[in-house]
Design a protein around this ligand. Structure first.
Ligand SMILES: [Zn+2]
Length: 260
C-alpha cells in the first residue's frame, strides 16, 4: 500500500511538471497544432530502417484515447503509446535502437521532449539495450521497471520500481513473472490493449506460451499466462511476434487451457 501511494505521488508530480511543459509547447506552436490522438495509417521509414506500424485505438471515454505505435526492430519490438501530446516508450530493443524509436516518434509528430515515461517490461538486453540512450535523449522521462528486475539493470538515472496494480500513464501494471522475476505486462482498459512483453509470444496471428529455454522460472511463467487471461482486451502487442488485433483475451484464455 505504501508503494502504491509513493508511485502515484511521483506520477502526480510527473504529470504536474508535464502539464506545465504542455502549456509551453502549445503556446509556442499555436492553438490546434498539438498532436491529437490519431489512427494514422501504417507508415514506414526508409528502406534501410526498421519499419513502424500504427495500431489503432479509439475509445469513447472522456480521457484522450491512446494510440499505439509498434517499432518493429526485427526480432524484437518496442512500442510508443501516445496520448495527446504526451508519450510513453515501452522497451527499447537492443543497443543502437534509439534512432528507430526516434523515427517512430516522428511519424506521430512527437519528439523525445514529449516522452514522459519509459516503461521496461523486463531486464533482458533485447528490451533494455537502448535504455540509457533513450533516457539520455528523453530528458524529462521517468523510467520504470518491475521491482524484482531493478537490480539487473544499470541506468543513467534512478528507475522507479513498479509492482502489480500500479498505474503509469493510464496503463495498469500486471506483474507477470517467470520469464524474469520482475517481468511486467501493461493493460490499457480504456483501449482494450495488452502489452504482453515476453510473458506471451505472437505467432502467425495467434499466441504461443513462453519459451521454457528463456524462462527464469517456467512454472511461474506458465502461471502468468493464466493470470493474463483474466483481463479484458482485444489487442495484444508482444516483445516477439506479430500483434494480435482482435480476440486477444479469448486466445490467451484458450492458450492457458491448452497449457494446463
Ligand atoms: Zn526476454
Amino acid at each position: 500500500m505504501t508503494e502504491f501511494i509513493r508511485i502515484n505521488r511521483r506520477l502526480f508530480l510527473a504529470r504536474l511538471g508535464k502539464g506545465t511543459m504542455a502549456l509551453a509547447v502549445l503556446g509556442a506552436c499555436g492553438e490546434g497544432s498539438g498532436v491529437t490522438s490519431t489512427t494514422t495509417a501504417a507508415s514506414s521509414t526508409t528502406s534501410a530502417s526498421p519499419t513502424t506500424t500504427t495500431g489503432s485505438t479509439s475509445t469513447t471515454g472522456a480521457a484522450a484515447a491512446a494510440s499505439y505505435l509498434r517499432v518493429n526492430l526485427g526480432f524484437v519490438s518496442a512500442y510508443i503509446v501516445a496520448r495527446g501530446i504526451e508519450a510513453a516508450v515501452v522497451d527499447t530493443g537492443v543497443s543502437g535502437s534509439e534512432a528507430a524509436i526516434e523515427a517512430a516518434l516522428g511519424t506521430a509528430e512527437l519528439s523525445w521532449a514529449e516522452v514522459a515515461h519509459l516503461i521496461l517490461t523486463h531486464h533482458h538486453p533485447d528490451h533494455v539495450g537502448s535504455m540509457a540512450a533513450v533516457l539520455n535523449a528523453a530528458t524529462a522521462a521517468t523510467g520504470y521497471i518491475g521491482e524484482a528486475d531493478l537490480d539487473n539493470v544499470t541506468s543513467p538515472r534512478e528507475l522507479v520500481a513498479v509492482s502489480d496494480g500500479d498505474e503509469i500513464f493510464g496503463l495498469q501494471v500486471i506483474h507477470s513473472p517467470g520469464h524474469t522475476a520482475g517481468h511486467i505486462s501493461l493493460f490499457d482498459p480504456a483501449a482494450g490493449v495488452l502489452i504482453a512483453g515476453d510473458a506471451i509470444n505472437g505467432s502467425d496471428g495467434g499466441v504461443i506460451g513462453p519459451n521454457s529455454q528463456f524462462s527464469e522460472d517456467h512454472t511461474q511463467a506458465l502461471a502468468a499466462v493464466g493470470k493474463l487471461a483474466g483481463y479484458g482486451y482485444e489487442t495484444i502487442y508482444f516483445g516477439h511476434g506479430e500483434p494480435v488485433m482482435s480476440n486477444g483475451a479469448a486466445l490467451v484464455t484458450q492458450l492457458a487451457r491448452d497449457t494446463y
